[in-house]
Design a protein around this ligand. Structure first.
Ligand code: AMP
Ligand code: TRP
Length: 370
């Protein structure tokens, strides 16, 4: 038997999925025991970002920065997707959506995602996302979707809510489960969706026999929830109305300087990390710490006795330095043909695995394949 990359060579009675992974001419067997939730030393990371607005430093610090670090982990594979089908759960201008879809991929690369280390692709290019999405809809409950806080927030006050917005978390579960993902690097706001993914997968495994690997969220201790600059008790969001709330990754210093200098703090004028009582200053310290790669303790010590103005001024410099590097690389990746080539190759690679998983699910559920 000839073994190709990622060929599933069998499901053992012990409920295992075995893969072959060919890497640098070495063939390794990937063994996943679904039942015990124990996975061999090979990890799989999967994550996605929606092309639904200008990406913010919240997206970068909470998610994309992790993507870059994780792709270098030994014995791991990373899949990073632009989830365009999630974006259409709210109204999008078609031309703008197409433009932004490439832009997100370009930002991934500019931030340091390396297509030689990670598989980068567009969700709608791998048809199994929609297909598994449907299969899983038939294995999920209205009640569990009704509990999703993101849906409640997005649907609030709207007269007509499309069904896709409601079933969105199931499509996300399909994204994750298609790749036998072991870890999902995301910001804190996605925790509930990953818990739902685990519930759906566990229930499916119990009903139909072990089929899915149960994924874990990978949420950082710091930076998992970057707050709005003008209202630090709320999450920084690319879709919030207030421009002053966020800094876009592609924004220039003349635009974001004012936002940092005017960021809401408190009246104590003492620099300390206390997210409950000093959310504004704690948020600025988190952003500073992550961009400058300096611990919060060290920053608090260094700025002891200094005013908020000094901290903010220095933060403008730190953010300028890091974002200008990303923006410079973004401009270097402006060759559309080259970008499309990367995305096509990514989709091709992803499709091989996605098809195998989808077939496994169809077999388990009793859909006839001839
Ligand atoms: P989205 O913008 O909803 O497509 O989110 C893409 C990724 O960025 C997800 O992993 C989010 O959890 C993460 N993210 C979005 N906003 C923030 C934020 N303010 N702080 C940290 N992570 C965030
Ligand atoms: N729902 C995620 C967000 O809004 C985006 C997303 C879709 C995702 N599919 C995913 C994230 C799979 C991680 C894994 O941020």
């Amino acid at each position: 038997m000839v073994l190709n990359q990622d060929t599933t060579i069998g499901r053992k009675p012990s409920h295992a999925i075995i893969y072959v992974k060919k890497n640098e001419n070495k063939v390794r067997i990937r063994f996943i025991s679904v039942k015990s939730r124990e996975v061999d030393t090979l990890k799989r990371f999967f994550s996605g970002v929606q092309p639904s607005g200008n990406l913010t430093i919240g997206n970068y610090l909470g998610a994309i920065k992790q993507f870059v670090e994780l792709q270098h982990e030994p014995d791991a594979e990373a899949f990073y997707c632009v989830v365009d089908m999630h974006a259409i759960t709210v109204a999008q201008d078609p031309e703008e959506l197409r433009r932004r879809t490439r832009e997100i991929a370009q930002i991934y690369l500019a931030c340091g995602v390396d297509p030689k280390q990670a598989t980068v692709f567009i969700q709608s290019h791998v048809k199994e996302h929609a297909e598994l999405g449907w299969l899983l809809q038939c294995a999920s409950y209205m009640g569990e979707l009704n509990r999703m806080t993101q849906f409640k927030d997005k649907a609030e006050g709207k007269a007509n809510v499309n069904v896709g917005l409601f079933t969105y978390p199931i499509l996300m579960a399909a994204d994750i489960l298609l790749y036998d993902t072991t870890h999902v690097p995301v910001g804190n706001d996605q925790k509930q969706h990953i818990e739902l993914t685990r519930d759906i997968a566990e229930r499916f495994n119990n009903k139909y026999g072990d089929t899915f690997v149960i994924p874990e969220p990978k949420i950082q201790e710091f930076g998992a929830r970057i707050m709005a600059l003008d209202e630090p008790t709320k999450k920084m969001s690319k879709s919030a109305e207030s421009e002053a709330s966020r800094i876009a990754i592609l924004e220039t210093p003349d635009v974001f300087k004012k936002k940092i200098m005017r960021a809401v703090t408190d009246t104590e004028n003492s620099i300390a990390f206390d997210e409950t009582n000093k959310p504004g200053i704690s948020n600025l310290l988190t952003i500073y710490s992550m961009f400058a790669d300096e611990s919060i303790e060290s920053l608090v010590e260094r700025y002891h006795g200094q005013g908020y103005g000094t901290l903010k001024k220095d933060l403008v410099e730190v953010v300028t330095e890091q974002l200008s590097k990303i923006q410079q690389r973004f401009n270097e990746y402006n060759d559309v043909a080259e970008l499309d080539k990367i995305l096509r190759a990514g989709a091709e690679k992803a499709s091989v695995i996605a098809e195998q998983t989808c077939n496994r699910v169809k077999d388990a559920m009793g859909l006839l394949r001839i």
